[in-house]
Design a protein around this ligand. Structure first.
Ligand SMILES: CC(C)(COP(=O)(O)OP(=O)(O)OC[C@H]1O[C@@H](n2cnc3c(N)ncnc32)[C@H](O)[C@@H]1OP(=O)(O)O)[C@@H](O)C(=O)NCCC(=O)NCCS
Length: 150
């Protein structure tokens, strides 16, 4: 499929519960499915109830998921995560379509948006900067994954 046909074949829609199994496969293929993160069907459901959004880019003809963008909202800011394009569809400009749609949601919510990206992920950094994200100083990121000892 050439680039124009590919773009015409794609649609962006909201996640539905029965997409979950495909999403998990997609996140594995795009290296975004680290089990340590503790994300599951319930986490997604909760974030949507709290006003977040998970959008999928999908092929109209094959129904294959080609991209995901998960925006969680804590009442203060939106955090963009799990933003990715299927490896075989990368390099064709699809991330720009998905990010534009994601930022439309941000705009409608009238909040700031934040994300974390690995310092070596040049493609993603270039993309985010192109869309106006600015590097937030020299902050380090900390997390407690295991709360059993708290
Ligand atoms: C990051 C990612 C979403 C970019 O999608 P993509 O399909 O590869 O990129 P696109 O073809 O849509 O290009 C979008 C922009 O990304 C940047 N980019 C893409 N390929 C690049 C490369 N090889 N080198 C540097 N920048 C690149 C450019 O800014 C490009 O815009 P331009 O073509 O106008 O210059 C994709 O590589 C991906 O899913 N990676 C795995 C998951 C991931 O790391 N997600 C980010 C988590 S924070």
């Amino acid at each position: 499929m050439d680039n124009l046909d590919l773009h015409n074949d794609l649609t962006i829609r909201d996640y539905q519960e029965d997409d979950y199994d495909e999403i998990v496969k997609f996140w594995f293929l795009t290296n975004m499915g680290n089990p340590e993160r503790g994300d599951n069907r319930e986490t997604i459901r909760r974030t949507l109830e709290l006003g977040g959004k998970l959008i999928l880019m999908e092929s109209k003809s094959t129904k294959q998921i080609c991209g995901t963008s998960w925006m969680t909202y804590d009442g203060r800011r939106i955090v963009l995560h799990h933003f990715g394009i299927l490896p075989e569809c990368q390099g064709k400009g699809l991330s720009k379509i998905l990010l534009k749609e994601s930022l439309q949601f941000v705009k409608n919510m009238h909040t700031q948006v934040k994300l974390e990206v690995h310092s070596t992920n040049v493609k993603a950094i270039n993309l985010y900067q192109k869309f106006g994200f600015q590097h937030l100083g020299e902050y380090k990121v900390y997390i407690i994954r295991d709360t059993s000892n708290l």
